[in-house]
Design a protein around this ligand. Structure first.
Ligand code: MN
Length: 282
């Protein structure tokens, strides 16, 4: 795929996942002229005089490394544009301190390893993030960073380009909502945001006490990977207690009333009342 590019110089390094083993395919593969792989664990340079650019970088030879191959290595001024490329940034993968790299003289510092795109120093240092999200908690936009260095001034912008996004979506219900209405609601919400995305649906609010949602049946487009039902039954506990003063139901509510809706006591109250109501009905 790199070979198909006709106007682009590609510079890249091996990171902690695809680190250079002794028999790594990276070492022997013969890349096209415009594809430059860094095969050194120490800082090396790729000079691209035809575009007035030099890229400094290094590769991993192990899954983890806590040294800093860039430390104290200043940009040498060999080309008008000087870029430093670092894979890592956390404690076990080439730690990066903003102060340690920002005054080494590079025009831009390109960071990789963290999947969420983030600006570390505006116009100077950023993680582009994974071009496509790679796990369900990797929500938000994904893409690449487009930058231009002109007269030692760097301007960058993030360009969203991912085909899909992971989206966590909350759907509120009320006690008049049935399973089939909820299914419609979810379907519409997904259509609005895009059926190409992948969803985690969290259902909140108060449902009718008689309903138990069949969530599996609500995955209309096959793009819901997780359902969380946080709904609570809309019991009027005070009223039920008053009507059942003399029996176990009323006493049970009396014991567990007054706890917050997020407490385990509240859950016990809901489950217990439901069980006792069903017994009563039967
Ligand atoms: Mn990594």
């Amino acid at each position: 795929m790199f070979a198909r590019l006709v106007k682009t110089q590609v510079v890249f390094c091996a990171g902690n996942h695809d680190y250079l083993k002794k028999d790594s395919y990276y070492r022997t593969f013969s890349w096209e002229k415009h594809v430059h792989m860094m095969l050194n664990r120490e800082l090396e340079t790729v000079e691209l005089p035809e575009i007035g650019t030099v890229v400094y970088g290094f590769s991993y030879e192990s899954r983890e490394r806590t040294d800093k191959p860039y430390a104290g290595k200043r940009a040498k001024g060999g080309q008008p544009a000087e870029i430093l490329m670092i894979h890592g940034g956390d404690e076990r993968h080439v730690p990066v301190k903003r102060e340690e790299v920002s005054n080494l003289g590079y025009d831009y510092i390109a960071l990789g390893h963290i999947h969420k795109p983030q600006n570390i120093i505006p116009g100077k240092m950023a993680y582009c993030g994974a071009p496509e999200p790679i796990d369900k908690n990797d929500t938000g936009k994904h893409g690449y960073i487009y930058g231009e260095i002109v007269d030692k001034k760097c301007r960058v912008r993030f360009v969203p380009s991912a085909v899909r996004e992971y989206i966590h979506m909350e759907i509120r219900v009320t006690e008049d909502i049935s399973g089939s209405i909820l299914k419609e609601k979810i379907r519409k919400a997904i259509e609005e945001k895009g059926i190409q995305h992948i969803y985690k649906i969290v259902i909140t609010g108060f449902r009718s006490p008689d309903i138990l949602f069949d969530l599996q049946a609500m995955d209309v487009y096959g793009n819901i990977i997780e359902f969380v039902d946080n709904t609570k039954p809309s019991y009027d506990f005070e009223k039920i207690r008053r009507q059942n003063k003399a029996n176990i139901l009323g006493k049970f509510i009396g014991q567990l009333e007054g706890y917050g809706e997020d407490s385990i006591q509240y859950r016990a109250l809901c489950e217990g009342v439901q069980a006792l109501m069903e017994t009563k009905r039967g």
